[in-house]
Ligand binder design. Structure first.
Ligand code: CA
Length: 230
């Protein structure tokens, strides 16, 4: 069976080799390039199933590559997993807002990287999310049609905005969303939702969800995600 093709964009030899070796061992077809220019060229020409993109590259940097790929109709559907260094939270936020699908901070374990790649490919395959059907996550049932949340069998009373935040996060468990992305997704009509008010909504949500509030995880410096159930 032909496995997915992964393009690895990384200028550091050791990391490139580590990623290449582990992906190949796991059955993926791997192509490696060292520069942003080569990444753009290879992506447009070969249409890989996923791009592993280091942000710190000589020449065109990873964020610019991300921007170019995600604004080009030919390449915008190709998932991008960013590789970042510690302390690059601002770049992670920018990358996610440009449309990158996930990120890993160096140093990382190859096993975790492969798990993330699988998860991104799986999510991509299962899109689009059905906006109307109830979500069952952990002990929560989130019913968008009825605007109703049950924790176990107990109803949870949420404001309409809190409900939208919860539904948005829970419909893509494991994905990290920035405050800006959440604000953008939940705003309705002319009402203005700021980054700060997203934090306020999250505080309220966690409180009302009680024990289940722990599923809404803070990703320091980046944003929030809903914990995946395993
Ligand atoms: Ca690098």
């Amino acid at each position: 069976m032909a496995r997915e093709r992964i393009l690895v964009v990384e200028d550091e030899c050791e990391i490139q080799e580590l990623v290449r070796y582990n992906l190949a061992k796991d059955g993926y077809q791997v192509q490696c390039v060292e520069t942003g220019e080569a990444a753009l060229q290879a992506t447009r020409k070969d249409h890989p199933d996923l791009v592993v993109l280091d942000l710190m590259l000589p020449g065109i940097d990873g964020l610019e590559v991300c921007r170019k790929l995600k604004t080009d109709p030919r390449t915008q559907v190709i998932p991008i997993l960013m590789l970042t260094a510690k302390g690059e939270e601002a770049d992670i936020v920018t990358g996610l807002e440009l449309g990158a699908d996930d990120y890993m901070t160096k140093p990382f374990s190859p096993r975790v990287l492969i798990a993330r790649i699988r998860a991104v490919l799986r999510r991509k395959a299962s899109e689009p999310v059905d906006e109307e059907s109830p979500l069952r996550m952990h002990e929560l049932v989130i019913h968008p049609g009825r605007h109703e949340v049950l924790s176990g069998s107990e109803p949870v009373q949420l404001t309409p905005t809190e409900f939208r935040v919860l539904h948005y996060l829970a419909s893509r468990p494991g994905w990290v969303f920035t405050r800006y992305q959440i604000a953008d997704a939940i705003h309705e009509g002319d009402s203005l939702v700021t980054d700060r008010s997203v934090d306020v909504q999250i505080v309220g949500l966690r409180k009302k969800l009680g024990d289940a509030g722990r599923y809404i995880e803070t990703v320091r410096g980046v944003g929030y995600r809903f914990k995946e159930s395993r």
